[in-house]
Design a protein around this ligand. Structure first.
Ligand code: SAM
Length: 189
């Protein structure tokens, strides 16, 4: 039985993905989500707590862990505030260090500009979505060769082919923040 801990779970989009994947593979899974904010719509067992503190105290209860720490410290969307002196907590580093002190296999997800190893790169249009939102995933305490090729983008944000969470997108179909990766296995455009 997989006992998955989903840290920084928000309303459970990621947890639901794991649930559906396990179902498709015929695997038994029990999911617990942790978030600092109340998440009344979270569909599995939920604990409101600081993710790092909870993990340090309770990691031994779980067989697998996923962490999607806030990206404000690294995303270009907050560079203006950081430039004005705003300091964001380095949740990514804190949770990564805590995860590395255990032997539990895990995944950390974040934005492309975050300092994590892009063992896996996923983008919205790979799943037929109208948002691009490239996200990188680092494997912790295990290695895996999971490097699907990013499909070549067709269309642009400006033409309305994709929705953008911030900014207006570029004519070439990428936002100025959506930079290509120097990583084997991904298609650079
Ligand atoms: C990037 S979102 C996670 C998205 C989520 N994985 C999903 O599938 O929608 C980050 C979440 O971290 C939560 N958060 C921020 N600081 C936290 C902390 N110290 N401990 C736990 N959760 C925290 C926020 O409330 C937010 O819901």
């Amino acid at each position: 039985m997989i006992k998955l801990l989903d840290l920084y779970c928000k309303a459970g989009g990621c947890s639901m993905g794991y649930y559906l994947a396990a179902k498709e593979l015929g695997l038994e899974i029990q999911i617990t989500g942790v978030d600092i904010e109340p998440q009344p719509n979270y569909p599995f067992m939920f604990i409101q707590a600081d993710a790092v503190e909870f993990f340090k105290e309770s990691a031994w209860n779980y067989t697998h862990v996923h962490a999607s720490p806030p990206c404000q410290k690294y995303t270009p969307s907050t560079s203006l505030f950081r430039g004005k002196g705003k300091i964001y907590r380095d949740s990514l580093l804190e949770i990564k260090q805590a995860m590395l002190l255990t032997s539990i296999p895990g995944i950390i997800e974040n934005v492309p500009s975050a300092p994590i190893t892009p063992n896996l790169v996923l983008r919205g249009d790979m799943f037929g979505l109208k948002v691009l939102r490239t996200r990188v995933f680092e494997t912790i305490n295990y290695t895996a060769t999971i490097i699907p090729q990013l499909p070549k983008k067709v269309g642009t944000v400006r033409n309305g082919d994709y929705a953008q969470v911030c900014g207006h997108g570029s004519k070439k179909g990428m936002s100025k923040h959506d930079k290509p990766f120097k990583h084997p296995g991904t298609v650079l455009e």
